[in-house]
Write a protein that binds this ligand. Structure first.
Ligand SMILES: *Cc1c(COP(=O)(O)O)cnc(C)c1O
Length: 378
């Protein structure tokens, strides 16, 4: 039998056994069974705990990108001015979704190797702040840094701008205080830190968002992307479409795994930092200059080999899947996802040991052993 690879990519990640088993449990008709509404409510409550919010949280049946598109579809009326705060691939891509729904998108572009500077954003908004909403990514997964949404969102709110945050690859591994920071729509996916199989988006919706929806003149251009269709689902005991009961059963277990692990954020901090120390000590270069994320590490490809070659040697010789770069980072970086179930000492140790072996074999002179520094840094 072929071994399944150890999925050390920045999402999808390894899925725990109790989550996988939950998917195979017998399920009910989610449209009709009164118990399912209670169960769904309890899953939303777990998600709220993780989001640190009292706002509604809904679960969309589609991979994380659905949430990004749905936020833009729900808020954008043709001609609306939208601020796209961007310093990476996902941040910039948000603007495309706003444009699809007729948004008049203005970009605030930061340094692509550093987090957004909140003072520069403030200076920008002093000149022009007539935006209906702004989009920003918390963890720029391809680059491996975090944007300071704790500072960015309160600034935007002080100008009356709605805030849409993509926390797909940070939530669960980094602190996210949705209500305290003034996040109107927070977006997350099942397959990153939450460590459930891909296929679901989690979305929190503030009362300011509902107010903006109610003020719309033009109806939302979409049904599946309309966040308002879930409004009052519990009192009406009605979902807009059949819920993927088995996916949600798995999500429920994955959320509880994270909630029960009171040290989850500390574990990400400790192991994320140890991975970076091992990379730096070896003489390899991190892609970000500052603002390092604890859920993913993005490393500049050494010149001695190509990413394709590194990827296939890691997979064929060590049965480990690592991530690469895409878009402007294609072939330029390799990435290790240390989020959720991947954020474990043993998994990271064997990944770094394999990486050390493959790089060395290909003529990359490492100043120290990756796995040894990692182990010493914990
Ligand atoms: C993974 C991810 C998404 C979802 O996108 P896919 O590429 O389809 O997995 C959205 N935003 C961020 C920041 C992500 O890391």
């Amino acid at each position: 039998m072929k071994y399944l690879p150890n999925v050390m990519t920045p999402g999808p990640v390894n899925v725990a056994e109790n989550v996988r088993k939950a998917m195979a449990e017998p399920s009910t008709n989610p449209d009709l069974d009164p118990d399912f509404f209670e169960f769904y409510k309890s899953v939303c409550s777990s998600a709220k705990e993780l989001f640190n919010t009292k706002n509604d949280v809904i679960i969309l049946s589609g991979e994380g990108i659905l949430g990004l598109e749905a936020a833009c579809a729900t808020l954008t009326e043709p001609g609306d001015k939208v601020l796209c705060i961007e310093n990476g691939i996902f941040g910039k891509g948000f603007g495309d979704f706003s444009k699809l729904y007729g948004g008049n998108v203005v970009y605030f572009t930061g340094d692509y190797r550093k987090p957004i500077n909140p003072d520069e954003l403030k200076a920008f908004l002093e000149k022009d702040s007539s935006f209906k909403y702004a989009t920003v990514v918390h963890c720029e997964t391809p680059s491996g840094f975090l944007n300071p949404i704790d500072k960015i969102c309160p600034i935007l709110k002080s100008y009356g701008i709605l805030t849409v945050v993509d926390a797909v690859s940070s939530l669960g591994g980094e602190e996210v205080l949705t209500d305290q920071w003034g996040i109107d729509i927070l977006l997350c996916g099942s397959q990153k830190c939450i460590s459930a199989p891909p296929g679901l988006s989690l979305v929190s919706i503030s009362s300011d968002t509902y107010t903006a929806i109610d003020k719309r003149v033009v109806p939302i251009a979409g049904f599946y992307t309309n966040l308002n269709t879930f409004r009052n689902w519990y009192s009406n005991k009605c979902f807009p479409y059949t819920q993927p009961a088995n996916d949600i059963a798995a999500l429920s277990v994955a959320l509880n795994n994270l909630i029960e692990d009171k040290n989850a954020i500390e574990r990400h901090r400790k192991l994320g930092s140890a991975v970076r120390k091992s990379i730096i000590a070896s003489g390899l270069e991190l892609y970000p200059i500052s603002g390092f994320a604890d859920t993913v590490t993005s490393v500049i490809m050494p010149k001695e080999l190509s990413f394709e070659s590194l990827f296939s040697q890691m997979l064929l010789e060590h049965s480990i899947l690592i991530g690469g770069g895409f878009d402007f980072l294609e072939g330029k970086v390799f990435r290790i996802g240390h989020m959720g179930e991947n954020c474990r000492e043993d998994k990271l140790f064997i990944t770094l040991k394999a990486l050390d072996s493959v790089l060395s074999k290909n003529g990359v002179e490492l100043k120290s052993r990756l796995h040894t520094t990692f182990a010493e840094s914990i």
